[in-house]
Ligand binder design. Structure first.
Ligand code: ZN
Length: 179
């Protein structure tokens, strides 16, 4: 069931979310949370969503990117659940993308982030996983997982001039962006 998205200003987006215990996974409550996150992501047209965005301060995010081709990269990440994730930066070199966020509707901002990361996490069954990511996918993962630690992309915009309304972005910038 889709839920209302919490918007910037809601304290839940600024808290560090609580880690799951293994026993919390594989429960009807957890499966219901994942379903609500998935339905909300689809309803609002995101490629990722984190539990705090629907008001649940727990460390889980989901990302699904199907056949997206942006910036010359073809990206396919089937619906992936990240529980209790930790990011390791493999290359301090950064890359910039225009980002948006379901919790900050109607805005776009240019953010530079490390371009090569390793993320370690548990899947929805509690199994340990790791995923190495570069390029656009590395940025999407960092954006979503930031939500679990009270950080929004606006905190990472280095040049305030590169923060604007969606309509002006489309009018004057005309570049692909991350929704
Ligand atoms: Zn976001």
């Amino acid at each position: 069931m889709k839920r209302e998205i919490c918007r910037m200003g809601n304290p839940v987006l600024r808290a560090t979310a609580e880690k799951f215990k293994i026993a919390d996974l594989n429960t009807p409550e957890f499966k219901g949370l994942l379903q609500d996150m998935f339905d909300s992501m689809k309803e609002y047209g995101g490629i990722g969503i984190a539990a705090p965005q629907i008001g649940i301060s727990k460390q889980v995010a989901i990302i699904e990117i199907l056949g997206m081709n942006r910036y010359g990269q073809e990206i396919n990440l089937p619906n992936t659940v990240f529980v209790n994730p930790e990011i390791e930066i493999l290359d301090q070199a950064t890359q910039g993308f225009w980002e948006g966020c379901l919790s900050i509707p109607g805005m776009r901002g240019y953010v530079e982030r490390p371009k090569h990361i390793l993320v370690k996490y548990l899947n929805e069954k509690g199994e340990e996983q790791s995923l190495e990511a570069e390029g656009f996918l590395a940025t999407v993962i960092q954006h979503e997982l930031d939500h679990l630690f009270g950080t929004l992309y606006v905190d990472r915009i280095s040049d305030p001039k590169l923060f604007m309304y969606q309509e002006e972005f489309e009018q004057y910038i005309q570049q692909p962006s991350i929704d």
